[in-house]
Design a protein around this ligand. Sequence first.
Ligand code: F6P
Length: 324
Amino acid sequence: MKKIAVFTSGGDAPGMNACVRSVVRTSIYHGLEIFGIYYGYDGMIKGNIKKMQSHSVSNIIQRGGTILKSARSMEFMTKEGRQKAYDQLKSLGIEGVVAIGGDGTFTGAKVFSEEFGLPIIGCPGTIDNDIYGTDFTIGFDTAVNTALEAIDKIRDTAAAHDRIFFIEVMGRDSGYIAVECGIGGGAEFVMVPETKTSLDTVVKSLKNLRKTKTSSIVVVAEGDEEGSASEIMEKVKVKIKDDEKDFKVTTLGHIQRGGNPTARDRVLGSRCGMAAVEGLMAGHTNCMAGVVNGEVVYTPFSDCIGKDKPIKKDHLRLIEILSI
Ligand code: F6P
């Protein structure tokens, strides 16, 4: 293998740049030519591909976002689109690809790799932490810390006004960000899609807590089955029937995707990037390089996208115990 390419795809995540830098420099270290594909699968189809040098990735390890840009491509979902993408790579002599992204990125990579026999290794880049085969995804730690900073500030004003705040965090169908923020931010309640929580339980807890606390924080994962934080707040408000109680909603949104990556995300991105390149050189393909129990492991894409990574029940119990 002499020429490989790297791209980022799906929602950007802090630490993706550290991963790109690692892929580029590890490739050059091993004497490979390395190409950057801009705008994910879309750029692959359009041939938006440039050769990268060591200095192309200077001064990016500390930056959020992705220098390779990101996009969601409908065309790549078609056989014709993937054929165009393959032709572009072939015309440049690219023999292997590193795909940095989440489950959507890996679903595309799996089909592509199987259709054309092209070696592809993924690196888990998403704030959601919803990928099997790695304890943490690149960007998760930064997103949680960003959300926590906001939650700490909201708690100050919630306490000053004796208010109940419903704070919505990202995570798509996963409650990892919510649970981590719930523990770290001392939330009174956390609602996640992985567990069904009846609104009556929320109301009962909030009423109970009022005996000892004047303000409360409820962290809501955006994918919760009861709806968005504002929908849940409206329903709870009606059930609590307390005109004196002030309810507020904050949706943290895309702020969780930006910002300088934490040390953990820089290190994780760097480790996965190196593992992906060296994995391709060693003949691995159709899999993701992740870190489990501190060690690099390669997990087939089919498991990464097909297997659940359940939230630890103990973490939910911890929130319940510590919120009394
Ligand atoms: O997958 C990362 C993520 O930030 C999710 O948490 C969220 O649901 C989604 O992307 C938002 O995507 P977009 O930026 O396309 O609205």
